[in-house]
Design a protein around this ligand. Structure first.
Ligand SMILES: Cc1cc2nc3c(=O)[nH]c(=O)nc-3n(C[C@H](O)[C@H](O)[C@H](O)COP(=O)(O)O)c2cc1C
Length: 191
């Protein structure tokens, strides 16, 4: 196997969900490299009907955090009520300097959750390969259509026909966490 392919396999094994970040900003170059990798994500029928809103800067992320907390407290959006209502809840673990909101077009994509999850997978692996860290944040998906939150999303440039599939807190990792226990019984072979 070529050296480069061995490195790809190593990156697949080594990527972790990172929740502790340094204060080092993520540069335009790093962001562009990451988004370029994501452009190679396969999508059902090659619709490529996805979008990433990149929120950069702790103040902007803090405002988004408040909107997320508020929407999750409303009737009908109880799924994350408990987790988001604590004072310390933070979509970026108080520190990650970038927050990515990944959406998929409900009208154009033929498989929105699958397309979006794969984009997030490419972004997480791409971030790792670039020396960055990321963690999927799930609490925004369920509030995609809460009217006040949707208005806020629109003000950020998130497309109206898209639904949020998932989000990533992104930054330079303070450390790479240990590997959580992995199962080895996920498969069966028919031959
Ligand atoms: C669909 C999905 C949703 C997740 N949501 C969250 C989340 O909201 N907050 C969080 O801290 N981690 C979240 N995670 C990260 C998982 O906890 C993590 O992937 C898992 O514990 C395995 O650790 P690893 O990514 O380091 O291999 C999520 C991961 C996935 C795939």
């Amino acid at each position: 196997m070529s050296e480069i392919l061995s490195q790809v396999l190593a990156a697949l094994r080594e990527r972790r969900s990172v929740r502790d970040f340094t204060a080092e900003p993520v540069t335009d170059e790093e962001l562009n490299s990451l988004l370029e990798v994501a452009a190679y994500t396969p999508t059902a029928r090659n619709t490529q009907a996805w979008h990433v809103t990149v929120v950069r800067g702790l103040d902007k992320i803090a405002s988004l955090n408040e909107a997320v907390k508020k929407a999750n407290q409303k009737p009908g959006y109880e799924r994350y009520r408990e987790v988001t209502k604590t004072a310390s809840y933070s979509i970026n673990f108080q520190k990650a300097p970038v927050f990515l909101i990944v959406g998929v077009d409900r009208e154009k994509s033929v498989a929105p959750p699958e397309d979006g999850a794969l984009v997030l997978g490419y972004l997480m692996l791409g971030a790792h390969a670039l020396g960055l860290g990321s963690c999927w944040i799930n609490q925004l998906g369920v509030i995609t259509d809460e009217p006040e939150f949707r208005e806020y999303l629109t003000s950020l440039g998130f497309p109206p026909s898209h639904r949020i599939i998932g989000c990533l807190a992104l930054g330079h990792r303070a450390k790479l966490p240990p590997v959580p226990e992995r199962r080895r019984d996920h498969h069966n072979l028919v031959s």
